[in-house]
Write a protein that binds this ligand. Structure first.
Ligand code: BV8
Length: 231
């Protein structure tokens, strides 16, 4: 077994499923209630800002009440105790990794933050945002959720790609591998010679690209996986 010094972990909605937050593509998932085009694109926000704010307000309130599960806590433990580097990249916009004490790189933004498209200022979002919400810095009435929508460029891509090119182990937890560029991270890691493992309830669209698969609910598989890494 090669020595592992640098780990990159990518999490998706599946890690928060057992904390009661809806995933996107499982039956009854968030997108089942709304079409992506209707709520998670800049065009949707321009066309119907009230619907988009209501969609995110509901998720912001749900996320505010949600508690991290054993999988979030296990990743925080890994970050705290692992002798090498652990970079935790998340597609999730809930704050559950932070609530468990971990540091996460939010490539799709965060529900808890607002963004002013006029001056670029970011601040802690009110639990409910409304149409015409003024920016706290420049007062422009155009504030939006600080979320990366489809067609927008994900955050921290340079930092993430650097880490993928130098990691020894890449793990994807609870993601369907359907959204790019996150779905392509496993290929970046493989090309850099990293070992790759997928932890999921079932096969994902990227399962073929992983060396190993650990099947089961994250709250069970992630703590056991972390214990092995820390042993
Ligand atoms: C970009 C914020 C350019 C919103 C999100 C055609 C081909 C290829 C690409 C494209 C294409 N057409 C368009 C694109 C680009 C597009 C894209 O990929 N579209 C897809 C739909 C085809 N991507 C973009 O637009 C991205 N931007 O490409 O810019 C660029 C490219 C490269 C470099 C620079 C610039 C922007 C994408 C970001 C969109 N915003 N989120 C919000 O959250 O409201 S994406 C959205 O989907 C969420 O963030 C979510 O995290 C993400 C991915 O979903 P998953 O997390 O995987 O969740 P999902 O429900 O799908 O799966 C859950 C998984 O968990 C399942 O596998 C399930 O089995 C598992 N699970 C369930 N329960 C458990 C579990 N596992 C373990 N335990 C459990 N208990």
């Amino acid at each position: 077994m090669r020595r592992i010094d640098r780990i990159v972990i990518l999490t998706g909605a599946g890690i928060s499923a057992e904390s009661g937050l809806g995933t996107f593509r499982d039956e009854g998932g968030l997108w089942a209630q709304h079409r992506i085009e209707d709520v998670a694109t800049p065009e949707a926000f321009a066309r119907n800002p009230d619907l988009v704010h209501r969609f995110y307000n509901a998720r912001r309130m749900q996320a505010a009440d949600a508690t991290p599960n054993a999988a979030h806590h296990a990743l925080a433990r890994l970050q705290a105790r692992f002798s090498g580097d652990v970079m935790l990249v998340t597609q999730n916009v809930d704050g559950l990794h932070e609530k468990a004490g971990a540091q996460a790189v939010h490539m799709h933004g965060e529900l808890a933050r607002a963004l002013c498209p006029t001056c670029g200022h970011r601040w802690e979002a009110p639990i409910e945002m409304t149409v015409g919400e003024p920016c706290v810095a420049c007062a422009a009435p155009t504030a939006r959720p600080d979320i990366v929508w489809f067609g927008e460029i994900p955050y921290h891509m340079e930092q993430i790609l650097d880490a993928l090119q130098t990691c020894d182990l890449f793990a994807a937890i609870g993601t369907s591998g359907q959204v790019y560029p996150a779905a392509g991270f496993v290929e970046e890691a493989r090309m850099a010679g990293a070992a790759t493992v997928e932890l999921n309830l079932r096969d994902s669209d990227m399962s073929h690209a992983f060396d190993d698969h650990i099947t089961g609910p994250a709250s069970k598989t992630v703590p056991a996986w972390v214990d092995r890494l820390l042993a």
